[in-house]
Design a protein around this ligand. Sequence first.
Ligand code: KG4
Ligand code: ZN
Length: 334
Amino acid sequence: MIVLGIETSCDETSVALVDDAGSVLGELVYSQTVHSRYGGVVPELASRHHIRKLYPMTRDLLESAGVSYDKIGAVAVTAGPGLPGSLLVGTTFAKGFAYPGQKPIIAVNHLEGHIFAAKLACPGFEPPFLALLVSGGHTDIVMVRRWGEYEVLGSTRDDACGEAFDKVAKILGLPYPGGPQIQKCAEGGDPQFINFPRAMLKSGDFDFSFSGLKTAVLNLVYRMGEDDVRRHLADICASFQEAVVDTLVGKLRAAVSHCSTDRVAIVGGVAANRRLRQVASQQGWKLCIPPIKYCTDNATVIALAGAFHLRRGEKTPYDFMINPAWRLSEKLET
Ligand code: KG4
Ligand code: ZN
């Protein structure tokens, strides 16, 4: 069966086709550029651009893959967590697409989609494993007991770590999204220039906090003044990035010894970070970090997760609602 995946939870519009064997027949991602001038995602604009893009992208996807409407067996769509307006665009489009052919719909949790990137990218990498899920909206350590069975061991208590990258980039005058900008700016910088705080590393749990780190950068920038900040921009970026990576890997190390597993997947947009990939690969873990295009938001992993649930005989009634705060360990209320 061919599954059409649809992802519109934030500022990426994406559609993809996967088959029963998990092969990718086609995938398209449009990263909305309109937000960069605002220094962050503007929800209303995100919804409008999803509306504009979804139909032509789906038409182009089917055409280029040579797949007709009749050959599509089901539709998998992100129903949360994410921006309410953006989720409504994707799910309403999915319903309209599925209804004429009475195709089953499966509502997929966006976070589960990120975890399924490991299934796609690392064949043979099977549960149980620990997943570090690091994105613009989430920072979670998740025990994946089986595909479809998740226990969240810890989460951020304030900012997500991708959000910290984005906010610190804004403080430093770098454009949105901040993660890739800070990574680039950090090249050649001294990661020991400032010893930024590694919050909650010794808290004894698996939670994170990044708001103090953001404030520490803000205070430093006020203290140093514009000229010094400009001169030491690479050093500040490198020191900030090092503090985030130390914190993430430190917590993962604690989770690995707590759970007696050495299998670790790092997924979500921040998993694209080169320094994080480098430090994680030095830990002696059996590690899966998907290629960048499957770390950032994409419909391919949504289609894969949907196909998995469909194989288990699950489907979602057509009148399902989105849940902008859908937790990984919960079922979607329908
Ligand atoms: O998973 P994702 O595409 O969207 C959400 O579900 O949030 O993650 C986006 C986040 C943004 O905060 C972005 O700045 C961050 O991932 N990001 C990075 C890198 N590439 C993207 N953070 C650090 N280093 C990167 N190379
Ligand atoms: Zn995401």
